[in-house]
Write a protein that binds this ligand. Structure first.
Ligand code: DX5
Ligand code: ZN
Length: 220
């Protein structure tokens, strides 16, 4: 089954409620929230107070992607703000096992994100303890960047590893996903898709969500 998680980062920040309504009308499964700290990535975006406001405004589960240093310091704040899923970048983790345990203990589904150049090997040991792995298909920091094609091979190898060790693992793709490339990503093993520009940059964002789902499901 395909999951669509449009990124609220590409919505109009002065009209987030309208952005959420677009996601609901288009039939999105999750709201992807890109949290950036100006240190791990060269951009500053959303923090726990905005996540709490989103929580009060939609029933859709909030899928929070932390592109921040010292993620451990923020787990409780995101749990209290109402995040359903929490993804941390493996490059920012110093004690990954402890961090994943803390996310789970806080009641959220834990996931790990890998930058395009980060090898899969960093996840081999922890894989069975994860709810999801987010494979970055752009360098994190901004929406609207071009998809990096060489990551598809890593996605294939992750799907093979998961089939062997953790068949329930949700494999998520993030960055430059569009209705042009989503079918290829489903074929390679992706099941959960983040999209910013492909949704909010489209003339009709509601139709764009439906188009992404149709293109993804055509490859199942
Ligand atoms: C990139 C973020 C992505 C991004 C996706 O740093 O993690 O979620 O906003 O935007 P698009 O789909 O425009 O690449
Ligand atoms: Zn993201």
């Amino acid at each position: 089954v395909i999951e669509l998680a449009p990124s609220i980062l590409s919505a109009d920040f002065a009209r987030l409620a309208d952005g959420l309504q677009i996601l609901e009308q288009g039939g999105a499964d999750l709201v992807h929230v890109d949290v950036m700290d100006g240190h791990f990535v060269p951009n500053l975006t959303i923090g726990p107070p905005v996540v709490a406001a989103l929580r009060r405004t939609t029933e859709l589960p909030l899928d929070c992607h932390l592109m921040i240093e010292r993620p451990d310091a923020w787990i409780e704040a995101f749990a209290n703000a109402g995040a359903a899923r929490l993804t941390i970048q493996v490059e920012a983790a110093t004690h990954l096992d402890r961090t994943i345990g803390a996310i789970r203990d806080a009641g959220m589904a834990p996931g790990v994100a890998l930058n395009p150049a980060t090898p899969l090997a960093s996840l081999e040991e922890i894989l069975p303890r994860l709810h999801h792995v987010l494979v970055m298909t752009v360098n994190p920091g901004f929406s609207g960047q071009a998809f990096i094609p060489y990551v598809v091979d890593k996605l294939r190898r992750l799907a093979e590893l998961a089939a062997d060790r953790h068949p329930e693992l949700v494999i998520q793709l993030d960055g430059g996903v569009s209705s042009e490339n989503i079918a290829k990503l489903v074929e390679a093993g992706g099941r959960s898709f983040v999209a910013g520009n492909a949704v909010f940059g489209a003339p009709d964002p509601v139709a764009a969500i439906r188009q992404l789902r149709a293109a993804a499901e055509s490859a199942l």
